[in-house]
Design a protein around this ligand. Sequence first.
Ligand code: SF4
Length: 474
Amino acid sequence: MYYILKGHNFIDDIVSILMLFYPNDKYTQTEDIKDGITLLSGLEDNRAYAELYIDGELKAEHSEAAESSDRREIKRVLGLCSALALKRVRNIPLAWGILTGVRPAKLVSEAWSEGLGTDEIRRIFTRKYLVSPEKLELMIRVAEQEKNIVENGIGKISIYIGIPFCPTRCLYCSFTSYPLERYRNRVDEYIDALIKEMSFVSGYVSKNEVESLYIGGGTPTSLNEKQLERLLCAVEKYLKIPAEFTAEAGRPDTVTPEKLRILKEHNVSRISINPQTLNDDTLRLIGREHTSAQFFEAFELARKAGHEHINTDIILGLPGEGEKEVTRTMQGLEKLSPESITVHTLAVKRASRLKETLESYDMADYSLMERLIGISREYTEKMGMLPYYMYRQKNMAGNFENVGWCKEKCQCIYNVAIMEEKQTVIALGAGGSTKIVDTDTNRIERIFNVKSVDDYITRIDEMLERKKALEGML
Ligand code: SF4
């Protein structure tokens, strides 16, 4: 499909509105109205307008004046006009209205800090952004949960360490992840480079209060016992261990009693064991190469090893999964009673194998996704959990959200820090993205590490050079 911009150049904003109505299409900018669908988005003296043409014929239009010439307001009104014109032709439900950003709860926090009350926020997001009452309540509930954590964390820092190896690559994966089979002989060199980076930042870290530490990936428990021990000894030597110390043990097939013991011994206070689904057929289909029984076993082993906070991640909308499968997954989790559950909705990412083979799968439509979200919420609430952090991704099935649910006092501070962006996060390892936050000016500086494991190992000195930017900022 085609789009024409007149009087502005907000390409990304208009394309993300088109994606809401025509996901997985190809969007081409043009100068003239073409055969097929063409959206014209224009701006004249702060008045936005949108016209929708099908095979050259005008089918719908909408026009509205911006309330100010503020850039954000202009983008909003352009998006709104386009969405309302598109909706007349393709009347699909939009639970999140025209909000397409990654951090909806942060918008509520920002509005509070500008002095707006919750009722006013409700009115704004309903009228100006077309957000449904249900999603609006979710945004507000999450923002309420995040509020104290954010305030307590101002002036402190968090640290992320990436271990980009996994036993195999999942069908939907778009992360920096390398299959162990091919990379096994580089893992020790990778840890060497990581230790060099830890040693380099230790000076900056020592001057600050570390609030949370997170070892993610990939799958950190892909490391063997000896490698895991070496990594954690270096963490102790060069970084500070805060009360909240998370290590992902995402793939149950990588979990052993010995690794669980090592994690515990090094003061890991929160681990994440992720089934994604408890249906073996789906697990096979998505290339996880473990069974639901292995997940139950890993969970029990973790409890036996003394891990008191266990998170579990699940994904709704996996190929071929409906209400029966999701109910089964939630019932399985209910029996285990984890401290937190992160409920994802499937995102079809460009870098995933799923994107290439999408047509061969039976995928959930909007109304099924809504029902699956409803089932997950019913169970998390039954387990006494509250939604405490949330994010959205582009290309999610039905354009829904990922929500972290937890029992009382089991919020993961690191997850909130990432979402609210009020705290500096130093990221180490391949693909690490360090965020330096200046809360006085609301400015965020980023320092990126290279994504490739091979480049990270060979160019580690360059990564350290880049991190010199931390000087004076921390
Ligand atoms: S476990 Fe996570 S990081 Fe590893 S391949 Fe699967 S989705 Fe990617």
